[in-house]
Write a protein that binds this ligand. Structure first.
Ligand code: ASP
Length: 336
């Protein structure tokens, strides 16, 4: 018997249709509509489909992602082979990342979407959905955490970023896990399963803004954010983690009150920790009480910090910042 794969649809371009009386397209098709458009799915799995929302992905908030994680857990407990989440691409790099921080089990969870809506020539939704279901049903995709299958590339949620506004190949990660080969996932790497969070239900969301200083930007927003109740700050800084000297005193003062994390606005490579001794360099920032985000870009560092704050453990950021393979000889197992 074919494995059972549940599709949980949230909306996005993959589900868009012309909106009567309005300009452009908007989410409207259901998960069942998406499945009906891809008859080849039947050969891969017994498919269930339902909607948890039908929204543009910028309308998805963390409470919906927590509900989604609970629905995924229920599917795993109920014996599903895998779950596919379809949603708008704009926020996949955040939602898939959070799901990965919440998903403990071995069941594959595959997130996908589309860059071209179903009414455009060359719509990519059907192919992405087919690939995602193939991954969700594949035993070799178990124990990978959450993955993003898009344009026949299989990305780890821990790394993936949307890097183009319109290309069907908009998703990027420094080290994809594999590619689709004649309809099946071919994997070339297995990332270590990272630490996870157990977020208590109905925990209030902390305000954690991201600040991205440009040339000659005064540091006025640091205090403004704290005055507005920020429980943490993320700085999206130049290069390896560098900022103008005028920001140093406000940032050091902020770091005495809340966690202040710096990442790199290059969105590639690990933030530095011991290279530049210049004023406003990463060594200076660390000496002033800021923390580096390691391998995480600003969006992902912010989400880790939020979940860490929500679970009462702001010091856990360091459990999530190194995405490389641990040395089995010297590294103790990561905390669950
Ligand atoms: N605006 C859409 C969204 O909901 C874009 C997409 O799905 O590609 O994210």
């Amino acid at each position: 018997m074919n494995p059972r794969v549940e599709i949980i649809a949230l909306g996005g371009t993959i589900a868009c249709a012309p909106d009567a009386g309005a300009a452009g397209v908007a989410p409207g098709l259901t998960g069942a509509d998406l499945v009906a458009a891809v008859p080849q799915l039947d050969a891969l799995a017994r498919i269930g489909a339902r909607n948890l929302s039908n929204l543009p992905s910028t309308e998805i908030g963390l409470p919906l992602v927590f509900d989604l994680a609970a629905a995924i857990r229920a599917q795993e407990d109920g014996g599903a082979a895998g779950v596919v989440v379809t949603q708008g691409t704009d926020t996949i790099e955040e939602t898939a990342f959070v799901l990965n921080l919440l998903h403990r089990g071995p069941m594959p969870v595959v997130v996908t979407g589309a860059m071209r809506n179903p009414f455009l020539p060359g719509a990519d939704g059907p192919a992405n959905l087919l690939a995602a279901v193939a991954c969700a049903a594949a035993p070799q995709c178990r124990d990978l955490g959450v993955i993003v299958a898009f344009d026949d590339v299989i990305h780890p949620a821990a790394w993936v970023q949307k890097r183009d506004t319109a290309s069907t190949g908009a998703f990027w990660s420094p080290a994809p896990l594999g590619w689709m080969a004649e309809g099946r996932p071919a994997l070339y790497a297995r990332p270590p399963r990272g630490a996870t969070f157990d977020v208590p239900q109905d925990t209030a969301l902390p305000f954690v803004p991201i600040l991205k200083p440009g040339l000659s930007d005064p540091p006025l927003l640091v205090d403004a954010c704290l005055d507005a109740g920020a429980a943490g700050l993320v700085l999206d800084l130049a290069g390896g983690g560098h900022v103008h000297s005028s920001w140093l005193d406000p940032l050091a003062a902020a770091a005495r009150r809340v966690p202040v994390v710096f990442s790199s606005r290059t969105r590639g490579g690990r933030v530095l920790s011991r290279t530049y001794g210049q004023v406003g360099g990463e060594i200076d920032l660390l000496d002033r009480g800021l923390q580096g985000s390691g391998d995480l870009d600003a969006l992902k560092a912010r989400l880790v910090l939020m979940l860490a704050l929500m679970t009462g453990a702001p010091d856990r950021l360091g459990d999530f910042t190194d995405l490389s393979c641990p040395d089995p000889e010297t590294t103790p197992p990561r905390r669950p």
